[in-house]
Design a protein around this ligand. Structure first.
Ligand code: NAD
Length: 288
C-alpha cells in the first residue's frame, strides 16, 4: 500500500525546491496535497505536475507569515479533501547579507543589517511555522491525530558565515518542535523538523520568481566528481531534492508513528562539523 494512502497534506512553499519535489512524492504515495506558495503561478505549476502524474492536488496562493492566509490554507484542505493529516511548514527565506543575489548584489555587514529584513526572515521562517502548527491542531485533534513537520536547516546547528539571522530562526524552529511534541502528543499529533544540509534548491539563493531549477545545487553544478566536492559523504552521485523529500515522507508517514520532537538532519547532516570547521584535507569552500 502506498505510504500516504488516504492522507491529506498541506505543504507550504511547494512551488519550488524541496516543497515541489515533496508534493510530487507525497501525491505518488497516495496523499491529496494542498500546494501552498506565496507565488501563485508556482503553486499552480506544481499542481499541474502532480495531476499530470495522476495525483490529486490543489493550489493556494498564500503567505505563511499572514495568519488569515494560513487559516485559508487549512480551510482549503478541509473544504476540498475533508480533513488534515499532515502539515508541513516548509516555506522559508534566507536573510539578506551573505548572499549577494539576495542582498541586491552586495555583501551586507551585520552592523548594517536592516530591522525590516530581520523581521521578514523571522516572520516567514519562525512565525510562519508557528501559525501553521497553531491552525493545524484543531482539525488534527478532530481527526484523531496528525503529523506536523517544519523545515529547519543545517544552519540551525552549525555556523555559516553571514546568515546569523537565518540561523536564529531555524534554531528557533528546533526549539519549537521539541516543545510542541510534548504539548501535542496527547492528541496523537507528532511534531518534527527536517534539517537539510546539502542537496537543496538553488532557487533559495535566487531572486523570488526566478525560473524553478528543479535540481539540487550539486546536480546543477554539472558533472559529479565526488573527489573534489566539499561534501563529506563521498557517495557516487550528488545529493538530490528527492533524498530530502524521502526523509520527510518517513517523518510524516505512519512509519514514524513513535517519532516526535526530533530534528532530523537530512542527506549528509551526520557530519555537520565538517561544514563549519575547515579541516586541512577539505578542498574548496563548502556552500549552503
Ligand atoms: N536551499 C537551501 O540551501 C536550504 C538549505 C537548508 C534548508 N533550507 C530550507 O528549505 C526550505 C525550502 O526551501 P528550498 O530550498 O526548497 O527553496 P526554494 O526557494 O526553492 O523554495 C521555497 C518556496 O517557498 C516560497 N515562499 C517564500 N516565502 C514564502 C511565504 N512567506 N509564504 C509561502 N511561501 C513562501 C517561495 O516562493 C518558494 O517557492 C526553506 O525553509 C529553507 O529555509 C534550504
Amino acid at each position: 500500500m502506498a505510504r500516504l494512502e488516504n492522507k491529506v497534506a498541506i505543504i507550504t512553499g511547494a512551488g519550488s525546491g524541496l516543497g515541489r519535489e515533496a508534493a510530487r512524492l507525497f501525491a505518488a504515495e497516495g496523499a491529496k496535497v494542498v500546494v501552498m506558495d506565496v507565488l501563485g503561478d508556482r503553486a499552480e505549476a506544481t499542481v499541474k505536475l502532480v495531476t499530470e502524474q495522476g495525483g490529486t492536488a490543489v493550489a493556494v496562493t498564500a503567505d505563511t507569515a499572514v495568519e488569515d492566509d494560513v487559516v485559508r490554507t487549512v480551510r482549503t484542505a478541509l473544504d476540498e479533501f475533508g480533513k488534515l493529516d499532515i502539515m508541513w511548514a516548509n516555506a522559508g527565506v534566507v536573510s539578506r547579507g551573505g548572499v549577494p543575489s539576495v542582498a541586491g548584489g552586495e555583501e551586507l555587514a551585520f552592523e548594517d543589517f536592516p530591522l525590516e529584513d530581520w523581521n521578514n526572515v523571522v516572520n516567514v521562517n519562525l512565525t510562519g511555522p508557528f501559525l501553521c502548527a497553531k491552525h493545524s491542531v484543531k482539525p488534527m485533534r478532530e481527526n484523531g491525530g496528525g503529523a506536523i513537520l517544519v523545515t529547519s536547516s543545517a544552519a540551525s546547528m552549525a555556523a555559516y558565515h553571514s546568515i546569523s539571522p537565518y540561523s536564529a530562526t531555524k534554531a528557533g524552529v528546533n526549539g519549537m518542535v521539541r516543545g510542541l511534541s510534548l504539548d501535542l502528543g496527547r492528541w496523537g499529533i507528532r511534531v518534527n523538523a527536517i534539517a537539510p544540509t546539502h542537496g537543496m534548491s538553488p532557487n533559495f539563493l535566487m531572486e523570488p520568481g526566478a525560473p524553478v531549477v528543479g535540481k539540487s545545487y550539486e546536480e546543477a553544478a554539472g558533472p559529479w566528481d565526488k573527489g573534489i566536492t566539499p561534501i563529506p559523504l563521498k557517495l557516487d552521485r550528488p545529493p538530490t531534492l528527492l533524498d530530502h523529500a524521502k526523509t520527510a515522507l518517513f517523518l510524516v508517514s505512519d512509519d514514524a508513528a513513535y517519532t516526535s520532537g526530533q530534528v532530523v538532519s537530512s542527506c549528509d547532516g551526520g557530519t555537520l562539523a565538517r561544514v563549519s570547521i575547515p579541516f586541512p584535507e577539505d578542498q574548496g569552500t563548502p556552500t549552503l
